[in-house]
Design a binder for this molecule. Structure first.
Ligand SMILES: Cc1cc2nc3c(=O)[nH]c(=O)nc-3n(C[C@H](O)[C@H](O)[C@H](O)COP(=O)(O)OP(=O)(O)OC[C@H]3O[C@@H](n4cnc5c(N)ncnc54)[C@H](O)[C@@H]3O)c2cc1C
Length: 466
């Protein structure tokens, strides 16, 4: 039995066991802090979680989650959870066209960024010679643009400045941006999209590899509760936080059902719209207004579609479908009979029924992989709509991102953690982990954040020149 479950007051209460809350709790527990983690659901992981499909008994992710190799904090968290080997790494990206032609982009390992993409892009059949030339010019401009300068503008405005034509935006930039930022180029804040390209896909062969978990997301967290318990802490599932208040010398958490818990510090790792309602407003001067501003921007939805066909339909491990409604497909078994489709920025799909969604995705599979899928029939399918998938990273939203610590109140007892905090990343597991590690650093009074990958020398030199 842990000290907390035996009735001792915890040192820190973490509200919410999504990636941010878990990241914070892991770093605190590993530093010997007694943490009590309170999570309203009966499972861990928040928006990055899995569930048992009652029809098949199979564990399915709410949606395919991927990471890039520049996600240094998230990969560090997986290692601390004993899952450092959970990712299958894909250096190649496959782009499929209607009719079945596939272009595979493989970064050249011996060429520095941005030249590492050049050789491979020459073989990208879905782009014509003019588009390829303009993409080369545009990539260099995107790589070296100042995020500060483009903060209040959309990524579409930046692409216009970089002389990128509509056809190239539709075929190349849009699929990447909508997958990474969950918004179209026209709606995404330029600074957020720049982050993805500058530190990920275009930053070098070592930064932009895509990692796909080999196990269901829920299995990544098996070691979380034991790790917290070993430090004298406790994880309580099915406990809803109603209110968080400052008190002299600490903070108190009221739970639905009336229980009141106290600790020296509370880390509020709830979604922003929930944090805005549980926090004691007068204490939250600046950040309360920021949370309300984020809540007013709303959410952008994502759709994950699990499909089993009656025969193998997908030979590739994954593919972007150029110009299709279904943006990305992942092969979920060796044969390619089970496929997971992802539609980001999925507002137009939210009103569709399960049958309509599955029919659209299957039409795309048949059109893009006709040699295998033309006559294939659906065995089973399940679409998971996540209406509140991510915050809306619209131009200007960066100023609404609250800081983890309250700069106006040094030593404040209530801290924030969540992908929406001012970590600079889009809504990702990396952003959530960074916020969790920043909150842990504030509690410990020691910086436990993980360094970024160092940009390649050529890119640093180019950025200085531009
Ligand atoms: C469909 C989908 C696909 C995605 N794809 C990717 C991807 O490919 N790669 C990537 O990096 N990111 C992806 N993301 C984004 C990523 O999942 C999130 O950015 C990240 O998981 C957010 O973590 P968080 O801890 O900040 O928030 P959350 O996951 O929202 O965690 C908050 C936690 O607080 C709990 N909670 C809420 N209210 C209460 C309460 N009153 N009391 C106690 N607990 C409460 C919630 O249940 C939850 O567990 C995707 C998200 C979705 C939805």
């Amino acid at each position: 039995m842990s000290a907390v479950s035996a009735g001792r007051q915890p040192d820190v209460i973490v509200c919410g066991a999504g990636v941010a809350g878990m990241a914070c709790a892991v770093r605190l527990a590993q530093a010997g802090v007694r943490v009590l983690v309170l999570e309203t659901r009966k499972k861990l992981g928040g928006r990055a979680s899995s569930f048992i499909d009652p029809r098949t008994g199979e564990e399915l992710d709410n949606c395919q989650h991927v990471a890039l190799s520049c996600c240094t904090s998230y990969l560090d968290l997986l290692t601390r959870l004993g899952r450092g080997d959970a990712m299958t790494w894909h250096p190649q990206l496959h782009w499929a066209e209607r009719g079945g032609r596939v272009s595979t982009i493989t970064p050249t390992r011996w060429l520095p960024a941005p030249a590492h993409m050049t050789l491979s892009l020459l073989g990208a059949h879905f782009l014509n010679a003019e588009e390829l030339t303009l993409l080369g010019i545009g990539s260099a401009r995107v790589l070296t643009a100042s995020r500060e300068r483009w903060r209040g503008k959309s990524f579409a405005q930046l692409l216009t400045w970089a002389d990128q034509p509509e056809t190239l935006i539709a075929k190349f930039w849009e699929p990447v941006v909508v997958s990474a930022c969950n918004l179209s180029c026209a709606r995404t804040c330029a600074a957020t999209a720049l982050k993805v390209f500058q530190e990920g896909l275009l930053a070098g062969p070592q930064a932009g590899q895509m990692g796909v978990p080999r196990v269901p997301l829920g299995a990544l967290y098996d070691e979380f509760a034991p790790l917290v318990q070993r430090a004298g802490g406790q994880v309580e599932l099915g406990e809803s936080v109603l209110r968080v208040r400052h008190e002299p010398g600490g903070a108190c958490v009221e739970l639905e059902g009336g229980r009141v818990l106290r600790a020296g510090r509370v880390v509020c790792a709830l979604p922003f719209e929930r944090a805005a309602t549980v926090l004691d407003e007068p204490e939250w001067t600046g950040r309360g207004a920021q949370l309300a501003g984020l809540a007013a921007l709303g959410h952008s939805p994502i759709l994950g579609v699990h499909i089993e066909m009656d025969r193998p339909v997908l030979a590739l491990p994954h593919a972007v479908l150029v110009g299709a409604g279904t943006q990305w497909v992942f092969r979920k078994d060796l044969a390619g009979q089970r496929v997971h489709a992802v539609i980001s920025g999925a507002d137009a799909w939210m009103g569709l029924s399960q049958e309509q969604i599955v029919a659209r995705v299957v039409d795309d599979l048949r059109a893009y992989f006709p040699s295998r899928a033309a006559d294939a029939q659906v065995v089973s399918a399940r679409a998971v709509k996540e209406r509140r998938a991510t915050f809306v990273a619209a131009p200007g939203f960066e100023r609404l991102r609250p800081s983890v610590i309250d700069a106006a109140r040094p030593g404040a007892c209530v801290l924030l953690a969540g992908d929406y905090c001012d970590v600079g990343w889009p809504a990702t597991m990396e952003g959530a982990t960074r916020a969790g590690y920043a909150a842990a650093s504030a509690v410990l009074g020691a910086d436990v954040r993980v360094p970024d990958l160092r940009p390649p020398a050529l890119l640093r030199a180019l950025s200085a020149l531009w």
